[in-house]
Write a protein that binds this ligand. Sequence first.
Ligand code: HPA
Length: 273
Amino acid sequence: MDVELERVEGAAAFIRERAPGPREVGIILGTGLGGLAERIDADAVIPYGEIPHFPVSTVPSHRGRLILGSLGGKRVAALQGRFHHYEGYDLREVVRPVRILAALGAKRLAVTCATGGLNLTFNTGDLMLIKDHINLPQLSPLRGENLEEWGPRFPDLKTPYSPRLMELARDSAKEIGVEVREGVYVWVTGPQIETLAETLMLRNMGADAVGMSTVPEVTAACQLGMEILGVAVITNVHYPDDHRPITIEEVVSQGERAAAILVELIERTVEKI
Ligand code: HPA
């Protein structure tokens, strides 16, 4: 058996033993957004370090636990803490947890992330449904030998984000009474924050928000045939004349502030799936 497939299957088997039964929805919680975990009625909480072959999160704002339980009446598996290219992982490791979620039965994936706003009509604290993305570094987690188990060698990414799930999220936003934005996410590897010239380029390119995650995971999930919902929190906005440095503390605290609404949005949307 392929080594990566063995790792994914091995991790999934371990998780199934701790919390039996298939999962319907996978959830990835981004920077400062771990609070959703508290809303999950958990059967098991497993620190990543205990799961064989699971990468270990090095980012302090990411706790590194897998939460198995129910949310909105659905059986979910939530990753509290994700892995980024900038931490030094190769992209195969970055997407391993997504493949593990799929191996646990999840056919749907809700991805959340912190982002910097490029669209100047956005405000700090806004939520943005991701309608499309730009893989700016043109790096792929699908590089290397392709396994049939994971899907086609050349998956089509014309509609990575499910219009159906976006519609459900719009309905949920209306119920809660919050306005959600919609836009294009552009992936940069980071960890440095963009220069003013770069933010101008990214905006001109057609991106509404910039972040350091999500695209690799969505690429792998798309290849797996998962139905995907992406929700970004705008933790800061890149105004052209604003030279104030953006700090990770600001990103985390804005993420935490928006988390309550995000939690409500995800929970209601998961309920409708
Ligand atoms: N740039 C890149 N990633 C981010 C930002 C940003 O401004 N804010 C939150 N994640």
